[in-house]
Design a protein around this ligand. Sequence first.
Ligand code: 8YV
Length: 343
Amino acid sequence: MAGVCHVRRRRGSGKGGPMGSEVLVPAAGMGLLAELIAERLPVRRLWLEEDPEAWLAEHGAEVRAVASTGPKAAIDEAWMRRLPNLEIVASYGVGYDHIDARSAGERGIIVTHTPGVLDDEVADVAMALTIMTVRRLPQAERYLRDGHWVNAPFPLTASLRGRTMGILGLGRIGKAIARRAEAFGVEIVYSGRRRQADVPYRYFSSPTEMAAACDILMVAAPGGPETRRIVDAGVLRALGPDGVLVNIARGSLVDEPALIEALRDGVILAAGLDVFEHEPAVPAGFLALDNVVLLPHVGSASHKTRSAMAQCVLDNLVAWSEGRSPLTPTPETPWRGAWRSGR
Ligand code: 8YV
């Protein structure tokens, strides 16, 4: 798997400010991230402190590095204000809409993420979810398990044949999805902030116009205020009664109540969702419907890919602890040649 994060194995100096190179991990989060970091750097597991709030109030000024475990633990401006000497937030994931990166940039804090190492894994799930949704494979499996096959064959379904996929957000993951969909004989069009000179696919500046021109709307754009509810009732209407929506990006990009209504009323045919606005809570409206396939945000959730992501977090933190440049800073927090403490 080609990655943007490159592993460099050098021992950290462990020196630095009042807390040396201690890394604060705020929430238990995903798997073994804290354990992996602890192999190279001292780790403070905030959730294990008797009173995390009191610990932050007493020690906030000593914290210079945070490992963010993902979307459930928001790092907003108020949080950063409590850590006045913070230098790096190393986030475990490519999407970082749970972090106010613009404020971080203004404060001289570097936010890093994990681009590149999960593209293929997420694209695999995007394609699988597309086929599951169009061909109703989860429903077919339930049909067999429930013993209905002995009475009648499973009803015929829609098809991928002759379909066009409109990719909303043609970044690294969007492109990995496009490559796969092309191999399945699906035509690709895309929409995003700007037309890309080096791609062969037709571009739409308006998501609604793209929805009208495609059958499968694949949501692969970043979350955040700019894309919030970009897939609204109008886009769903444009997608139409044979249309299928697939979302592997962030729940916040879709107007969920409008989607539930559209699925219920046949405004679109079906949806496949790996992400939800308030996950892990899933709206009851989705659970009640038969034309939606629901996954618990598993796009990148394989041992191999999550390890690569955790390694990328660690590599960024080790670079920080050695006074080197971060490997994968976000565009909002570019490296300016030195850490805040001047190392
Ligand atoms: C992460 C994701 O694994 O990378 C992302 O943006 O959505 C997931 O694949 C999850 O956010 C955990 O941090």
